[in-house]
Write a protein that binds this ligand. Structure first.
Ligand code: AGP
Length: 605
């Protein structure tokens, strides 16, 4: 995710900013920039690529003298990773500069308004509206302009703002994006996380949502959103740098698991406008589509398998899921009435790209759902919907998968409205169910301590079965993959009804079976399968809703998830399985973030 830093003091700001940005590199980025205030003017330097390039361009900061500045590492969301899109962004009169971490959800409306008022835009970013708003509201008082600007913004933002007319001051604003102030002596700082601060100070002030701060070399004043001063406690940073990079978690995977409520919300919220779903730039003539094919690899493919049920049920159009590595060498029945949905976190998976090109050659329209902005798949698709999960560092995908599901669910509801296959009241009910996902994922995350205890019971097994039917089966596929890739335990996902056709022969005394039982339409049937495996000695850990009274008497261990429409349940149901895989792998001393033999992005066949 993007990172921001700010400095005001007596040293040259640029080297301090460059060093701070280097510390934020681990968060992932594709461009960077700094702005430094000197002699009543703001100088900017930006690069695409590495901080090392920015250091070279500015001769380690020497070309930008001045003691006040802000800096940014950008991980592209709105607009490709180019220099014009890199931060800091400046106002048309050059007197203001802004860096931003987060997403401004209402930037389109603001951009239209500002354009009407004569402001011109140099970038495609959501951020640029902020700096023009500050310029518009500025009347010799930066604090007032910042406050009025923040009141216009919807979404998540950590902002750093400087003004050529108010030297030595930096403003920091926080709403739903991390922002920490570093308290020094004769110099002060802000940063997205403590890694960029600890080299200078271990005294920190944690801003809360809706608060903003004015920093000068000798003072830090924090305000609430109405401009009243609030007293804040100075805390002591005790983390070491490595722990800080992982947000205090032991592994990136756990950090990314825990980020899911925020990532799902960031992906969903800007696309729900009142009671409408708006998929920017997507103008597929859905009435001309008679078949949807979903292709991807690994977890992305399993996200497609889970969402197939929602799309078919809501849009009444056949959905075929096909592994990209198979599709590319098949002779698929595809034409211009086929919509190919391509899923990829990285946007660079070789098999997925090849399958996509093959289908495009046969006339299919392509919609990509991708996390990395400007990646190959995003570029070659007819339409692209980005997941706004932020960079995923652990090899095993977690927030990548749940945000892919989120976009697919949004698409299912969007398409159902377009092709008029769902009545209004059902549609509205489903939209509310979708909006509840971040909260329900959080509730599932709250089971973490209990699951770590269960892992102590199950970690020493050499094989596991994951069973379920319908949507539960799709979740079983991903649950088993998570377990395999990070714990190296053989894990097999099975459609529960298929057990009796062969696999049940493998069930013996003590065999762990993870039974997914969250789809009411088939849960009775899955429970019969639980009885069958229990009769052969299996140890059953069931995932179900709390109102399923019967399953408690069948299973040995229970994980309850909040009640949710089965069409969308995969996004919540997978969470305890991600956590289970994590703790089992941890118990077994595995290299969780970098499992053996695996790469984050599979760019070869
Ligand atoms: C999942 O945890 C894996 N690392 C892997 O299956 C991954 O989902 C697959 O390689 C596809 O990657 P992509 O989403 O970047 O295309």
């Amino acid at each position: 995710m993007c990172g921001i830093v700010g400095y005001t003091g007596t040293q040259n700001a640029a080297p301090v900013l460059l060093e701070g940005l280097k510390k934020l590199e681990y968060r992932g980025y594709d461009s960077a920039g700094i702005a430094v205030l000197n002699d009543g003017r703001i100088s900017i330097s930006k690069v695409t690529g590495r901080i090392a390039g920015l250091a070279e361009k500015t001769e380690d900061g020497r070309l930008l003298p001045g003691v006040t500045g802000i800096g940014h590492t950008r991980w592209a969301t709105h607009g490709a990773p180019t220099e014009p899109n890199a931060h800091p962004h400046t106002s048309n009169d050059g007197r203001f500069a802004v860096v931003h971490n987060g997403i401004i959800e209402n930037y389109m409306e603001l951009r239209e308004e500002l354009t009407r008022k004569g402001y011109h835009f140099e970038s495609e970013t959501d951020t640029e509206v902020v700096v023009h708003l500050v310029e518009m509201y500025y009347q010799d008082n930066l604090k007032q302009a910042v406050m009025r600007t923040a009141a216009r913004l919807r979404g998540s933002y950590a902002l750093g703002i400087i003004c050529a007319d108010e030297p030595e001051k930096i403003f920091a604003v926080r709403e739903a994006s991390p922002l920490i102030l570093g308290v020094g002596i004769g110099e002060n700082y802000f940063a997205s996380d403590v890694t960029a601060l600890v080299a200078h100070t271990r005294n920190a002030i944690y801003l809360e949502d809706g608060e903003f701060a004015e920093l000068t070399p000798d003072s830090i004043t924090v305000f609430d959103c109405t401009g009243h001063i609030i007293q804040k406690r100075v805390s002591r940073i005790t983390w070491d740098i490595q722990a800080a990079e992982k947000g205090g978690y032991d592994h990136f995977m756990l950090k990314e698991i825990m980020e899911q409520p925020r990532a799902v919300k960031a992906t969903m919220a800007p696309r729900i406008k009142g009671s409408e779903i708006v998929l920017d730039g997507v103008d597929i003539d859905l009435k001309q589509i008679n078949k949807i094919m979903i292709t991807a690899c690994g977890s992305a493919y399993y996200a497609g398998c889970a969402a197939k049920y929602a799309i078919e049920k809501l849009c009444r159009v056949p959905v075929i899921t096909e592994l990209a590595s198979e599709l590319r060498y098949s002779d698929p029945l595809i034409d211009e009435h086929t919509l190919l949905i391509v899923l990829s976190q990285s946007g660079e998976t070789a098999d997925t790209i090849a399958a996509m090109r093959e289908c495009q050659r046969r006339g299919a329209k392509t919609l990509a759902i991708v996390n990395v902005v400007g990646s190959t798949i995003a570029k070659i698709a007819d339409w692209c919907l980005y997941t706004w999960a932020g960079p995923e560092i652990a090899v095993a995908t977690t927030k990548g998968y749940t945000t892919q599901l989120t976009v697919l669910y949004l698409f299912a509801l969007y398409a159902a409205k377009k092709v008029e296959t769902v009545d209004d009241s059902t549609w509205r009910k489903l939209l509310s169910a979708l909006k509840a996902l971040p909260k329900q994922i959080q509730q599932a995350l709250d089971m973490n301590p209990g699951i770590s205890q269960l892992a102590k019971k199950y970690h020493s097994t050499c094989s596991m079965f994951f069973i379920g039917r319908n949507t539960d089966y799709a979740v079983a596929l991903e649950g088993a993959l998570k377990m395999k890739e990070i714990s190296y335990i053989h894990a097999e996902s099975y459609a529960a009804g298929e057990l009796k056709h062969g696999t049940i022969a493998l069930i013996c005394e003590g065999q762990p079976v993870i039974a997914l039982c969250c789809n009411d339409s088939v849960s009775e049937k899955t429970m019969s399968n639980i009885v069958e495996v229990k009769a052969r000695g299996a140890e059953v850990l069931a995932v179900a809703f709390r109102d399923n009274a019967r399953i408690v008497s069948l299973a040995d261990d229970m994980l309850y998830i909040p009640k949710i429409d089965p069409l969308f349940s995969a996004a919540v149901e997978i969470v305890p399985l991600q956590i289970l895989a994590y703790h089992v792998a941890k118990e077994n001393g595995c290299d969780i973030d970098k499992p053996k033999n695996l790469a984050k992005s599979v760019t070869v066949e």
